[in-house]
Design a protein around this ligand. Sequence first.
Ligand code: ATP
Ligand code: MG
Length: 417
Amino acid sequence: MKQSQLFTKTRKEAPADEVAKNASLLIRAGFIHKEMAGVYSYLPLGLRVLNKIALIIREEMNALGGQEVQLSSLQNKDVWQKTGRWDEEKVTNWFKTEITGGKETRLGFTHEEPLTAIMAGQISSYKDLPKYVYQIQTKFRNEERAKSGMLRGREFLMKDLYSFSKDQKEHDQFYEKVAKAYEKIFQRVGIGAQTHKTFASGGVFSEFSHEFQTVTEAGEDTIFICEKDGTAVNREVFTDEVLSKMGKNKSDFQEFKAIEVGNIFSLGTRFSEPLGLFFKDDKGEDRPVIMGSYGMGLGRLMGTVAEILSDEKGLLWPKEISPFSVHLISIGAEENPEVKKQADKIYEKLEEKSVEVLYDDREARAGEKFADSDLMGIPTRVVLSEKNIKEGRVEVKGRTEKTPKYMTEDELFGSRF
Ligand code: ATP
Ligand code: MG
């Protein structure tokens, strides 16, 4: 893509009311637009990152045997009343609206109820199980505070996976597979080293649930990590009782701020029973399906990467989710037509090789182009100037490297980005 065609511009300052580093950087670099507190739109560069995150998640969910769906945002009161979660004393962050004529409806903040109701119409025998269903879909939550930028949206994209199993053993095996898949996703988006699987409170059906917590000062959560073996627990379960069962003391742990980037939950029959999701086992007896739910926020993930993989100059995208692989920059092309000719040629050749290139072909000063490039954070920068052409080379620099390397054009085309 030619940068002269890109409609977004970088800016020196984020909106004055934006206090979170992640959203400030993403707004300044032109990746997102702040509509209002907790509500952001994705612009072309941000959408490319989001789509790459979604692709990674889809690959890992499909590898687990997940089948993708897209459920509605508008929710049916009758379905939710069966579990009690329409009750505003139980769920306080519903976004409410009504259908013309007065019938009440609301915007989904999660989808256990509607999906369980759908499955009740599809599953009847043990032969239909297990099944795994997921979506990447917009959730609405009337969050009280939305000061953490992309980390806490009032409208946000979530990947939510639900599992439907015959018995606890089948459920437990899948639960462990999901935990592994989550670890892979966090590795691939570049936050694997900072992300810990933590014990969290489990509710009624299992002793613990698990959260995936990425350590950073910007996090809203507090976790405790054991210095000896890396065991991590969240604040809710950091009690003497739980720790003694693990054979540990509070003094074994260190406290950290962290972002909950995902969580996995055993639901037992909490939803299947009230919504009538039963199956006939091999003896012909009716039994409730054992369920699990597995969430992950895509915007929160993107915000987490922006928050922790950035420096004073801007963003630092890991290769797999960078909007482009190469930022090609021409310097002085207005004065020297040879620079433009060579840069155009390199752009076309890289595109032919399916390298994703953002080509800064704008008429702008070198300093401005470099500052924008650092802010956008594409991992590799290729610079073409009159001097480089004379010396028969191109200048190649990694975003975090201090000094460039020099290559011939052939070496450049032979490189992997
Ligand atoms: P939190 O404790 O941070 O409010 P939660 O425990 O309510 O989140 P879930 O309902 O389990 O979260 O949602 C699953 C995943 O969706 C979370 O792990 C997180 O990645 C993401 N998520 C939840 N709430 C938000 C939000 N307001 N904005 C962005 N992502 C969110
Ligand atoms: Mg939570």
